[in-house]
Design a protein around this ligand. Structure first.
Ligand SMILES: CC(=O)N[C@@H]([C@@H](O)[C@H](O)[C@H](O)CO)[C@@H](O)CC(=O)C(=O)O
Length: 305
């Protein structure tokens, strides 16, 4: 008898890592952060220690402390905690994967190593297989983000290999604009979860059949994005387009200012009232106090709390 596998659906907030002004972890605010996501953004899934969480800038020990804290506060409140365990070192990734299982995470995910890159698709799958095997009871999601890793294998080609080689393989977190590759994955591998990761064009991915989405903006635009998804599901394409366009206008404002992850972290502090602290070096924010009112009023138009 086939076992019932729980599908991961809806929005997944890629969490920021709260830090102090000295760049240490600020774990005590995580409980409030979890409640904020549920109550204010209607978001019940989180992706911890990923790009938005500055996972690669954290030590293995810090990543373990964060995974434990997020799981502790999300348990019985949220639907799913996925922990990103990708590292440059296979041993570190395996260590983090085993730790995620031991602390009660619901799933793990890993990017490809990006400094010394896999020498072939098969080498990448062998690498991911070892990571996944360190937490065999947890669903494993490949994290495809070629703009950061520089590893650009078609996911469609990799999926067949991962399906064959990795017993716990459950899906892909697909952070790329190549909707043809994404669409091929969905249509050829229907039993796997395909989660989209370019928030500003989620509507296109929904049209391809995306099962859900993982991203940074769902921390503060979760509700608005859910409205867009609901309009799409009801067949009200005009309303869905309007909402996606509204979100895009905010992103254009952000990108035109030359902003990125360190500024997103500040935007989250401004919107949630929870102090996320600064991003860790080598990132440095250029959002100044004089921008605060403008950011707040733009977000208020998008996502009235
Ligand atoms: C490159 C990047 O950081 N992409 C983000 C997006 O959510 C991105 O912030 C958003 O689409 C705005 O460009 C996510 O795909 C990353 C993510 O989910 C993560 O934190 O792991």
């Amino acid at each position: 008898m086939a076992s019932a596998v729980r599908r991961l659906k809806g929005l997944v907030a890629a969490t920021f890592t709260p830090m102090t002004t000295m760049s240490d972890l600020n774990l005590p605010v995580i409980q409030q952060y979890v409640d904020y996501l549920i109550e204010k953004q209607n978001v019940r899934n989180i992706f911890v220690n990923g790009t938005t969480g500055e996972g690669m800038s954290l030590s293995v020990q810090e990543r373990k402390m964060l995974a434990e804290e997020w799981v502790k506060h999300a348990k019985n409140k949220m639907d799913s905690v996925m922990v990103h365990v990708g590292c440059l070192s296979l041993e570190d990734s395996k260590d983090l994967a085993a730790h995620a299982a031991s602390c009660g995470a619901d799933a793990i995910s890993a990017v490809s190593p990006s400094f010394i890159k896999p020498s072939s698709q098969d080498a990448l799958v062998m690498y991911l297989k070892e990571v996944a095997a360190a937490a065999p009871s947890l669903p494993f999601y490949y994290y495809h983000i070629p703009s950061l890793t520089g590893v650009r294998y078609q996911v469609f080609d990799l999926m067949g290999k991962m399906q064959k080689e990795i017993p716990s393989f459950r899906g892909v977190k697909f952070s790329d604009v190549n909707l043809m590759d994404f669409s091929l994955c969905i249509h050829n591998y229907k039993e796997f979860d395909l989660l989209y990761g370019v928030d500003e064009q989620l509507l296109g991915a929904l049209a391809c059949g995306a099962h859900g989405a993982v991203g940074s903006t769902y921390n503060y635009l979760g509700k608005t994005t859910y409205k867009m998804m609901a309009a799409f599901e009801k067949g009200d394409l005009l309303k869905a387009q309007e909402l996606q366009h509204t979100i895009q206008k905010f992103m254009v404002y952000v990108f035109d200012m030359g902003w990125g992850l360190p500024e997103f972290k500040q935007i989250m502090s401004l919107n949630s009232g929870i102090d996320m602290g600064p991003a860790r070096l080598p990132l440095l924010s250029s959002l100044q106090p004089e921008h605060h009112e403008s950011v707040k009023s733009k977000l208020k138009q998008l996502n009235p709390l």
